[in-house]
Design a protein around this ligand. Structure first.
Ligand SMILES: [Fe+2]
Length: 354
């Protein structure tokens, strides 16, 4: 399996991961002649698909959590938010069950580094973001040996951290150009609005609620809404800001292009100076695959390949299947282990320019 840009789809490729749109599956695994769908997928904001072809049939993409668990959580989140909008009441019992399912899988699964393989349309982005950050937070919680109950409180906070966004003006929220000062101030209110909604729900704990209130606060006091700083910022909130920034960087948003994981990790480290908890940033980086299996990469010798498998202790040096030489001529595929061949390194992940 590998990840391929829409414009590079060829007739020998078969869909290896479903394409989701809101609550349903748009294209099933096994769909062939994918080039038929290029223009409609691209209108929905999709840029890549996971496919299997001759070159990648033995490359396995491991999910951090399985696709059904993830889809179920998304459906629950969708109905929870719909019920809040229509009836004004937030019920979190189903969300709590769904969080338990995710938690079970993460605790059971010992080796998988996080790589979010779901292909969703841009309409799904709010839900995908909430689920991604909840999963990332649980991986950090696992590294920090949080007891289960504490990890769950953190994840519930992350699933609901942006719930206040359903209460701000959607035209401003999704405005593709730069916000005016007044518009930005309006969007910032999602933190307090979210906290107030969560406060009305007795089954949530205050620790989950403060994630919604404070996830935009920064250690140097430059955040919002209360400009709290340093020790005033709870560890849950510190984790939330890291995973929130990271997922925003690696997702397509209306106001910016998606970055590669490598670039996102680099800017997270930059941002960490003074603003984020650098110890927690390092803990988080240990949980993610810098070059997930199936990623196209350009190596320092000019050749191109597909990441085949991971060396967990050397996340920057996976095993790569070389498919074309430095002059971009196809070659008989051969695998090289960058943990062994130290003179070659990955120059870039080819997400954007493919
Ligand atoms: Fe937010």
């Amino acid at each position: 399996m590998r990840r391929v840009a829409l414009e590079l789809l060829t007739s020998d490729m078969v869909l290896a991961r479903p394409v989701y749109h809101l609550n349903s599956i748009l294209l099933k695994v096994g769909t062939s002649h994918l080039e038929r769908f290029i223009s409609s997928l691209s209108k929905l904001g999709i840029t890549h698909l996971y496919v299997t072809d001759r070159l990648s049939e033995d490359i396995i993409l491991e999910d951090t959590i399985n696709q059904e668990t993830r889809l179920h959580c998304k459906q629950v989140l969708f109905s929870t938010i719909n019920a809040l909008s229509s009836q004004g009441v937030l019920k979190t019992d189903l969300l709590s069950e769904s969080t338990d399912e995710i938690l079970d899988e993460i605790l059971k699964n010992t080796s998988v580094l996080a790589s979010m393989n779901e292909i969703g349309t841009s309409d799904d982005s709010t839900f995908n973001h909430s689920i991604n950050v909840a999963i990332y937070s649980l991986l950090v919680a696992k590294q920090l040996n949080y007891p289960r109950v504490r990890a769950k409180k953190l994840a519930m906070g992350l699933l609901l951290h942006d719930i206040g966004k359903t209460m701000v003006n959607q035209k401003i929220l999704y405005k593709p150009s730069r916000l005016t000062k007044a518009e930005y101030e309006h969007v910032k209110t999602h933190t307090v609005l979210g906290y107030e909604v969560l406060k009305k729900n007795d089954s949530l704990t205050e620790l989950s609620r403060i994630v919604a209130l404070s996830h935009h606060e920064r250690l140097d006091g430059s955040g919002y809404p209360n400009q709290i700083k340093g020790k005033e910022i709870h560890e849950f909130v510190r984790i939330a800001s890291i995973v929130d920034i990271y997922d925003a960087l690696t997702s397509e948003r209306c106001y910016h292009k998606k970055r590669t994981i490598y670039e996102a990790v680099a800017s997270l480290k930059d941002e960490a100076v003074g603003k984020l908890d650098s110890g927690l940033v390092s803990t988080f980086i240990k949980c993610i695959a810098i070059y997930p299996n199936g990623t196209m990469v350009r190596l320092s010798d000019g050749s191109t390949g597909i990441v085949k498998s991971q060396n967990p202790d050397l996340p920057y040096r996976p095993v790569v299947r070389i498919i074309s030489d430095p002059l971009d001529r196809p070659i008989v595929a051969q695998d090289i282990d960058l943990a062994v061949v130290r003179e070659i390194k990955i120059q870039e992940a080819k997400y954007m320019e493919e």
